[in-house]
Design a binder for this molecule. Structure first.
Ligand SMILES: NC(=O)c1ccc[n+]([C@@H]2O[C@H](COP(=O)([O-])OP(=O)(O)OC[C@H]3O[C@@H](n4cnc5c(N)ncnc54)[C@H](O)[C@@H]3O)[C@@H](O)[C@H]2O)c1
Length: 306
């Protein structure tokens, strides 16, 4: 049985990856310090779980014991705004933590690392949709730390032959996303809508994003175990949706009739962001299956039943 170590496996995206790996018959090892993740997101009886930071020296013991064939690295400090407030913490978790993971992958002969990168590496788009040849010009430490790890992975391939796939995610949404803290806009709206509270749209709501459903992101990660070697690939629907449209679909799905408030634009917010996905479809033999209204329906239902 092939073994996959998932860092951040108790988080929003990581836990969906863990579910899919279990379904597909992989042996799964999860390392997560539960900083933002939740143990209830995974079936602990079906995985080997280590409550541990990726910065911990003992990580090497986990690798030594299990000798994973693959590593899917999701654990991170995930907040763009926190990365600005505390740049050292972002650097520590996202760069040094990642290096601890990658060095152990090399030491214990893992075949490949799949890395969760982000649209944040691109900065302000010069054209749309943004493809992987677009210039990289991050606007916050978070994007710099993600890009730094991308560069390390490319260097590790040359130095030690460790294969990688870098997946740059667009805006991921779906069940188990935390509405607190930074949470994605879908999680925040879903939370307000189900509790019948008023919600606020930042700016005029005409800003657009590319929303990709979390199980599609999980599928891309699992496909990348066996394809897309040493490639950088966007994970997106390549579909432009404004925040006003998003609000309208979600309100209609839940018979929510409160008019939204409009607040000031968020400082540093990008007006339009869409990532191309043609290369990813071809390289991973993958496609995003879940259309936005269906994904939003599942997300809203998951909150009601949780
Ligand atoms: N959600 C998005 O839209 C999005 C977009 C682009 C990239 N990403 C990336 O995807 C990955 C998963 O993000 P998510 O949205 O599921 O966030 P999340 O906060 O739900 O998941 C992150 C997980 O990592 C764990 N973690 C944090 N620090 C750790 C440490 N030092 N040691 C061990 N575990 C640690 C957390 O407890 C959590 O379970 C992250 O790398 C993030 O940067 C997410």
């Amino acid at each position: 049985m092939e073994k996959v170590l998932v860092t951040g496996g108790c988080g929003f995206i990581g836990s969906h990856i863990v579910d899919l790996l279990i379904d597909q018959g992989y042996e799964v090892i999860v390392v997560d310090n539960l900083r933002t993740g939740n143990i209830n997101n995974i079936n602990v009886n079906k995985v080997k779980f280590y409550e541990m930071s990726i910065l911990d020296e003992k990580l090497t013991e986990v690798f030594e014991k299990h000798q994973p064939h693959y590593v899917i690295h999701q654990a991170a400090q995930v907040s763009v705004s926190e990365s600005i407030v505390d740049i050292m913490q972002d650097e520590e978790i996202n760069i040094r933590g990642s290096l601890n993971v990658i060095e152990n992958a090399v030491k214990y002969n893992a075949q490949k690392v799949i890395f969760a990168s982000s649209a944040a590496v691109y900065g302000t788009p010069e054209y749309l949709p943004v493809d992987t040849n677009h210039v990289v010009e991050p606007l916050a430490p978070y994007g710099v730390s993600k890009y730094t790890v991308e560069r390390y992975l490319r260097m590790f391939k040359k130095l030690h032959g460790l294969d990688y796939t870098i997946l740059r995610y667009a805006n991921v949404y779906g069940p188990r996303q935390d509405a607190k803290g930074e949470g994605g806009v879908v999680a925040i709206f879903a939370d307000k809508i189900t509790t019948q509270e008023e919600l606020t749209i930042d700016g005029d709501g005409e800003q657009t994003r590319d929303f990709v459903y979390v199980t599609d992101v999980a599928k891309a990660n699992v496909k990348a175990l066996k394809s897309g070697d040493n490639r950088i690939l966007n994970v997106s629907r390549e579909e432009k949706v404004s925040v006003n449209e998003l609000y309208k679909i979600m309100a209609e799905l839940s018979s929510y009739s409160k008019e939204p408030n409009y607040g000031p634009e968020r400082k540093g917010d990008i007006k339009h962001s869409i990532l191309s996905n043609g290369e990813t479809i071809k390289e991973l033999n993958w496609k995003p299956d879940v259309e936005l209204p269906a994904g939003l329906k599942h997300t809203l239902e998951s909150i009601k039943t949780s």
